[in-house]
Design a protein around this ligand. Sequence first.
Ligand SMILES: [Zn+2]
Length: 146
Amino acid sequence: MWTDERVDQLKSLWTEGLSASQIARALGGVTRNAVIGKVHRLGLAGRAAPSRIDRPRLPSAPRLSYRIREPEPPVVEEEPVKLDDGSFVDVLTINDRMCRWPIGDPSADEFHFCGRNPKQGSPYCEAHARKAYQPQQVRDRRRMAS
Ligand SMILES: [Zn+2]
């Protein structure tokens, strides 16, 4: 008969590292098998070995929940391309094979585009593509840090 009191006793004896037969003797009136069955029903079966009871296991290190990012290489901006006549690439001369990174004030005459070879799948050259996506990455980093 498992009264609450006897269950508590069983739990503490089990936690102390006593064997099932020792516990059965201590409680009296139960068999070793009954103790083992109760221990299993209480979910106590996976106790640490007695010699390790005074050394509780440290909680395992949390799995890395984020990817460690390589530090971004600094953006090296190349000089904008100049056309044969010495002018920069502007709205009239820009085409799909040129980086569309705007340089200068769009309302001013000197406004032009980078004009370098764009990265595959991007309207921008390597350096400008990186620059274009940087604000997003900075935001990601702040979110991870908080
Ligand atoms: Zn560019």
